[in-house]
Design a protein around this ligand. Structure first.
Ligand code: MN
Length: 254
């Protein structure tokens, strides 16, 4: 089994190292990840500039590849054959923050797994629901969960067009309450505009504010994490609001 590991935090991020090391227990791992942080970059296809792929090493000395493209570019490059290999599975992460609810369209971690599904390769995104204030994160428990989920996905076979969005609470192995299959919950964003002036008096802006929270409803990703459960959400790229189709069909079009 050949596994492509990528992320959106950059090839040297500790979460990627933990994920790559765990996935080596399931198959042969190739790492191709961005050369810098692309968090919250969304689903990107770089078309107006060339992309480079370079050899590098992870902190454990293992060989890896980096690219100046986005996470989804890295997946596209690999699945289009840039390294002359085929892959059975794409795993993205481990992101240091949860990717739940509406986060999935912002997330470079999740959109990397979406790119895999577009190429008809199973995709798994892995994120850690770390506490707001933390020092060095321990990715070990989340990496072990990711290995269990990836193993199960390969044994059972993922339905076509489906990617898995895995979010792991920041707990020790024996503290997880279990694993729940969830739906996307509702994120509550607390963004605020921070307008400043540069030294030449021109305006510039940061999208600042507080970290997002969410509605801890039963059956949702946010609800599962809030209760100490691992959250596994099957996603597809069809965003069609089916319930709204009859309403729009009844508008006076002619
Ligand atoms: Mn990230």
């Amino acid at each position: 089994m050949k596994i492509l590991v990528t992320n959106d935090d950059g090839v040297q991020a500790p979460g990627l190292l933990a994920l790559a090391q765990a996935m080596r227990q399931l198959g042969a791992v190739t790492v191709l990840a961005p050369d810098r942080n692309w968090s919250a970059s969304g689903h990107v296809k770089t078309m107006e500039r060339p992309l480079r792929v370079r050899e590098t090493h992870l902190a454990d000395g293992s060989a890896a590849f980096s690219s100046d493209g986005a996470p989804s570019d890295c997946v596209a490059l690999a699945l289009l054959g840039v390294l002359n290999e085929k892959y059975d599975l794409v795993v993205s992460g481990i992101n240091p923050n949860a990717n739940i609810g509406h986060d999935v369209t912002y997330s470079g971690t999740v959109t990397a797994a979406m790119e895999a599904v577009i190429a008809e390769v199973p995709g798994l995104a892995v994120s850690l629901d770390s506490p707001p204030e933390h020092g060095l994160l321990d990715y070990g428990p989340a990496a072990r969960v990711a290995l269990r989920v990836a193993t199960q996905a390969m044994q059972q076979g993922l339905p076509a067009g489906i990617l898995l969005n895995l979010n792991v609470p920041y707990l020790q192995d024996d503290q997880f309450k279990g694993l729940l299959i969830t739906r996307q919950g509702l994120r509550v964003y607390r963004d605020a505009l921070d307008a400043r002036k540069d030294p030449r008096g021109r305006a510039y802006y940061w999208i600042g504010g507080d970290a997002p929270t969410g509605i801890a409803e039963d059956g949702t990703d946010f609800g599962a994490l809030a209760a100490g459960y691992i959250s596994l959400t099957p996603l597809h790229l069809d965003l069609t609001a089916r319930a709204a189709i009859p309403t729009l069909q009844n508008w006076p079009w002619s």
